[in-house]
Design a protein around this ligand. Structure first.
Ligand code: ZN
Length: 480
């Protein structure tokens, strides 16, 4: 950590042109400031200085794993022929992991399908929902071997082992094959380059072990962001740190097998009794209605949130507002998956898909996120989607849901504990900063991560744009 530093000529977002002095991790002065003797100085040259961005819903370890995997999503492989080609041509003979698969590429593929294109190495492909893995025969052989060696009774069904299709079996598969730490430092660096200084990991299986892992990563400087971890139950987090904090209890609903309503009410109540908010994954209208009915029954506390809220008709907006829930959405899905939605989603649901303006206009706290690796991790790409509502083929989806660039940016300016609340840069605030290479008036036209020039986490630089020659830290000369 640098002890003291001066940033000059910064267009502090929505405040004005200022110099800022940072002492340790805190902004201690703002105004027209003279450098102190020997103080490092960064000339922001009029660039916009934003609070560091927050990704409010990511699956960080899966995202890191995706960096050493192949992208099997419809945006990368249009059909089965292209997917087969990709599997055949990826070099190596060790495990190959694919992610982002959707049936629009080649239907409900199974082990035999993958065997036809790649049978010389173990292959596993994850469906883009994250719920389904498809293994080839070589991969299943490894699974069977592990089952024999561990003499274990894992709940993998015979039909799954025959087809190679495993639903909601992450825990068992991980127990059998072991979990290897993916390239987390690289993943964290990439997020920093987007200006992200904090994220909420919303993986439903997070437990005490995950906490220890993230704390270790942070201590080893492999993690450049503040982290909030959603958890599987409201266990007591004994030793929270400033940088790795416990978050809400994540509840994952599936329309095809919803629990009894009272069970969900009880789960929410238990969490609230521990003073822990809940974050409910609700994608379909039925899941939304079910979650909201349970929350009406159980009552809400500050911090309760709905993840995705993918289909939200008007009558649900009123209920969400009345319950004071925060909605955490992913505008980037409009761009990344919008063309598939146009084909797959029922016509009467399309106007209610990944709404933005409707939430804002209803006074509902709205926050943005990537859901990476299931969505693109770049928040700027998401902001563009929120402003244009364009799919990757250029179609506009629900144009009346557009946000202004400022509203789109605000989705990423909330804190980990108050995702919908804009953090202002001011004296006393933590120096989590994202400096752009141009004033906001220009940056708002393109909303592009290329404009991110320098990023600080708690006063420490965590990213600096490579080709940015104007950015030299200068030791101030003694003032006379
Ligand atoms: Zn998610």
């Amino acid at each position: 950590m640098w002890l003291e530093m001066l940033i000059t000529n910064a267009e502090v977002y929505q405040v004005g042109l200022y110099d800022l002095r940072i002492d340790g991790s805190i902004i201690v002065e703002m105004g027209r400031l003279q450098p102190l003797h020997g103080e490092p100085v960064v000339d922001a040259a009029g660039g916009a200085l934003l609070p560091g961005l927050t990704d409010h819903h990511i699956h960080f370890l899966s995202y890191a794993a995706s960096l050493s995997s192949i992208d099997c999503s419809p945006s990368k492989v249009a059909n089965g022929i292209q997917l087969a080609e990709l599997l055949r041509q990826t070099p190596g003979d060790t495990w190959l992991r694919g992610f982002g698969y959707h049936e629009s590429v080649a239907g409900d593929i199974d082990r035999h399908w993958i065997d036809q294109c790649c049978d010389h190495r173990p292959v596993r492909i994850q469906h883009r929902t994250g719920r389904l893995w498809i293994y080839n025969s070589a991969a299943i052989e490894q699974l069977k071997l592990a089952m024999e060696q561990q003499n274990s009774n894992h709940p993998l069904t015979t039909s799954s082992l025959e087809s190679g299709r495993f639903y909601d079996a992450d825990q068992s598969l991980g127990d059998l094959l072991g979990r290897h730490l993916p390239p987390v430092a690289e993943a964290s660096r990439r997020l920093a380059a987007f200006g992200i200084t904090a994220f909420s990991d919303m993986t439903p299986s997070n437990d005490q072990e995950t906490f220890s892992l993230f704390k270790r990563l942070r201590q080893q400087n492999n993690l450049l962001q503040h982290v909030q971890l959603a958890r599987n139950k409201p266990f007591t987090q004994t030793n929270p740190t400033d940088s790795v904090m416990p978050g809400p209890v994540k509840i994952h609903l599936h329309e095809s097998r919803l629990p009894a309503l009272q069970d969900l009410v009880d789960r929410i109540t238990l969490s609230h009794e521990h003073g822990v908010a809940v974050a409910i994954h609700a994608v379909t209208e039925i899941e939304m209605l079910f979650s909201i009915t349970a929350l009406e029954d159980a009552g809400t506390i500050q911090g309760d949130r709905i993840e995705h809220a993918s289909v939200t008709p008007d009558y649900l907006l009123e209920k969400i507002k009345a319950l004071d829930l925060t909605v955490v959405t992913q505008p980037q899905f409009i761009f990344g998956k919008g063309d598939t939605y146009r084909q797959d989603v029922a016509a009467d649901s399309l106007p209610h898909l990944y709404r933005c303006a409707a939430f804002v206009n209803s006074g509902i706290a709205l926050a943005g996120s990537s859901d990476a690796p299931f969505g693109c991790p770049d928040p700027w790409s998401s902001m563009r989607a929120a402003v244009t509502r364009r799919t990757s083929s250029g179609h506009v989806l629900t144009g009346d849901e557009v946000l202004s660039p400022e509203q789109a940016l605000a989705l990423y300016l909330g804190g980990l504990h108050s995702p919908g609340k804009f953090r202002q840069l001011e004296v006393g605030a933590t120096a989590d900063l994202c400096l752009l290479d141009r004033p906001w008036l220009l940056a708002r036209r393109t909303l592009h991560s290329d404009h991110v020039k320098l990023v600080f986490n708690q006063g420490t630089p965590v990213y600096q744009k490579q080709d940015c020659i104007s950015l030299q830290y200068q030791k101030a000369q003694p003032t006379l």
